[in-house]
Design a protein around this ligand. Structure first.
Ligand SMILES: NC(=O)c1ccc[n+]([C@@H]2O[C@H](COP(=O)([O-])OP(=O)(O)OC[C@H]3O[C@@H](n4cnc5c(N)ncnc54)[C@H](OP(=O)(O)O)[C@@H]3O)[C@@H](O)[C@H]2O)c1
Length: 329
């Protein structure tokens, strides 16, 4: 199931990312914050996005305090809200940000502790699906031409989708994708991650077919928990009890800082190709290695059904032809 990595990966010694710009969703906490920190430390400019101005400001301050000469700015973006996604993407496309290029997007934001009862967004979508999957389907579509325009002879821009090892725990084929029949909190999470993985694989095939110079890669962070993660003021401040509880899981868990390594590798390692799936060597923890996605999320029929369902629910189709026409290089 797990193949060996082509080379050791040290998050503190990434390939130089100077001149590149990345956007990270859910960057104010957890994996998104630590991935942003690793990218910034390697010289990248990072647009930290999140839904709360105060939490974003705290992450921005923390990052500037921890990384000398950090190049970073913030973007208000609620991935469960189509209007917020379109407004945020429009400001990125319109060049309101410091660097008028986009070399990659880390589609990280997500709900892990899913609500016990089914909840819906303002436009009536099941909340976990809308946040973890559908919002990123819309965001990636909105940013596709910006990504393709940033392609060069030396770099193919990437989108990285956040899957999960839980997708291997059973079939979980999302037929009732919005769980309108029987909602279960756990099922909502696993299904949303099957959808994310299916979209990530399908996107890469469609990008290749359309000749768009953008790669779609999948990554998962294993089991990464806050109580095993360094304290960062305003970003990760677990109490003593959480430290003890999470400490008991040490043999199977890792820090969010370490978990972020697989995400960052999927985003910047030039030896990785579109469509690949990366995660920790020992599934829940360890160094980033190439792995295989679950059978369900890579099944062509499941992928096609999920892609078409997301098109229908979002009311949009990806602008493949335009992205190919406007591509850089
Ligand atoms: N941790 C793991 O072991 C694990 C395993 C497999 C996959 N993953 C995936 O990794 C990703 C990050 O997980 P994590 O452990 O870092 O979780 P986390 O610490 O709970 O952080 C989640 C991030 O997503 C943001 N977010 C949630 N809803 C949002 C919305 N509607 N709009 C914008 N941002 C929103 C949160 O912002 P707020 O602060 O505003 O809530 C926060 O920044 C998720 O997609 C998760 O499914 C995690």
């Amino acid at each position: 199931m797990t193949e060996s990595a082509p080379a050791p990966w040290d998050p503190a010694r990434l390939p130089d990312q100077s001149g590149r710009t990345f956007l990270v969703t859910g960057a104010n906490a957890g994996l998104g914050y630590f991935a942003s920190e690793q990218l910034v430390a390697a010289g990248a400019h990072v647009i930290l996005s999140g839904r709360s101005p105060n939490r974003l400001a705290a992450a921005h301050d923390a990052l500037e305090a921890r990384v000398p000469d950090a190049s970073v700015e913030t973007l208000l973006l609620d991935v469960s809200n189509a209007g917020s996604i379109r407004a945020a993407a429009a400001s990125v496309r319109g060049g309101l940000f410091k660097r008028q290029r986009l070399d990659g997007v880390l589609l990280n934001a997500g709900i892990i502790h899913t609500p016990r009862q089914r909840e819906t967004t303002r436009d009536g979508r099941e909340l976990v699906l809308a946040t973890n999957a559908l919002g990123h389907f819309v965001l990636a579509s909105e940013l596709l031409t910006t990504l393709s325009k940033s392609a060069s002879r030396t770099w193919t821009p990437r989108m990285v989708w956040l899957g999960s090892a839980v997708t291997r725990m059973g079939a979980y084929d999302p037929v009732d994708i919005q769980l309108e029949g029987r909602y279960r909190a756990w099922r909502a999470y696993v299904q949303s991650k099957v959808v994310v993985q299916a979209l990530g694989i399908e996107a890469d095939l469609r990008l290749k077919d359309a000749g768009v110079p953008v790669e779609s890669v999948l990554a998962h962070p294993g089991y990464s928990i806050g109580g095993r993660t360094p304290r960062v003021a305003g970003v990760n401040e677990p109490g003593a009890w959480k430290r003890v509880r999470d400490g008991l899981q040490a043999p199977i868990a890792q820090s969010k800082e370490r978990g972020a390594a697989s995400l960052v590798r999927a985003l910047v390692d030039p030896s990785i190709a579109g469509g690949e799936y990366w995660g920790p060597r020992h599934v829940t923890r360890g160094d980033p290695t190439r792995q295989q996605p679950s059978k369900t999320s890579s099944d062509p029929e499941v992928r096609l059904r999920i892609w078409e369902t997301c098109e229908r629910l979002s009311g949009m189709e990806w602008p493949f032809a335009r992205a190919a026409r406007l591509a850089g290089r």
